[in-house]
Design a protein around this ligand. Structure first.
Ligand code: PGA
Length: 249
């Protein structure tokens, strides 16, 4: 896994956006998964700017959702769908119906798993998966103890994830379950990018990069993906012993 440490959140966001743009230039019809949460908001801003000021063609690529809270949809501020659509998709010159496949947290979740799996299989796996890292090391809603052999799946949410959710909703909603792309999609992806910023992520980032590969720290398993990069700001990297460019498997 390559480690890229940028001086602050803004430069980290720009570096990740540039990475995504480069891959779209190489493969205009790429299938890209982007996460919800707070970490990617700066990346979305850069992508929207790039669509207006730089020569990037977003008209042929496809986007798939990473996860969603059970029973929530676009109308709930802080849901994954609201975040992705308001901060990114609605601001890009793309056909939302054709180019975006998103989990519906209020539909039959088993069927949603099948629908989103099929969308990915129809495209022949993800070209790029971008993943935030939770305080407990989760990626998407692949919680500690994850089964690596799952495609889309419905997950009981970890206590840490449930309590962190207050920052998105401003109150504690009943979010006992989530729906998520499973690890098998990430392990099959052509490329994976992990992102983390701020000092509060420094401990978990150290475990993800320098700790043992273990299912209790789901993001550590991304080190199995040959073409993987973790982008950090300096604060999130401060517990790392080695800030070398390559972290061995
Ligand atoms: P955050 O969430 O970007 O809001 O920190 C990351 C996650 O929990 O997956």
């Amino acid at each position: 896994m390559r480690i890229v440490v940028e001086k602050d959140y803004e430069s980290m966001s720009k570096a990740v956006a540039d990475h995504i743009i480069e891959m779209i230039k190489k493969k205009p019809n790429a299938l890209i998964e982007l996460p919800g949460g707070d970490t990617p908001l700066g990346i979305f801003k850069e992508l929207v700017n790039a669509s207006k000021t730089r020569n990037v063609d977003f008209s042929k690529c496809f986007f798939v959702s990473l996860d969603e809270w059970e029973n929530l949809g676009y109308e709930t501020k802080g849901s994954c769908k609201q975040t992705l659509f308001d901060y990114l998709y609605k601001q890009l010159p793309i056909d939302l119906e054709k180019q975006v496949c998103f989990f519906d947290g209020k539909a039959d979740l088993e069927k949603e798993c099948q629908r989103v799996d099929q969308f990915i299989f129809d495209h022949g796996n993800l070209d790029l998966a971008v993943l935030g890292i939770g305080m407990n090391g989760h990626v998407g809603f692949n919680e500690p103890g994850v089964d690596e052999n799952q495609y889309c799946t419905i997950v009981p949410l970890d206590a840490v994830t449930q309590s962190v959710s207050i920052k998105y909703f401003g109150e504690q909603l009943n979010v006992a379950h989530g729906i998520t792309l499973g690890f098998k999609h990430f392990l099959n992806a052509k490329e994976v990018i992990l992102i983390a910023d701020s000092e509060r992520k420094a401990d978990i980032v150290q475990k993800v990069i320098e700790g043992p590969l273990k299912n209790e720290v789901p993001a550590s398993l991304i080190r199995k993906v040959k073409n993987s990069t973790i982008y950090l700001d300096r604060q999130a990297s401060k517990k790392l012993k080695h800030q070398s460019l390559e972290a061995g498997y």
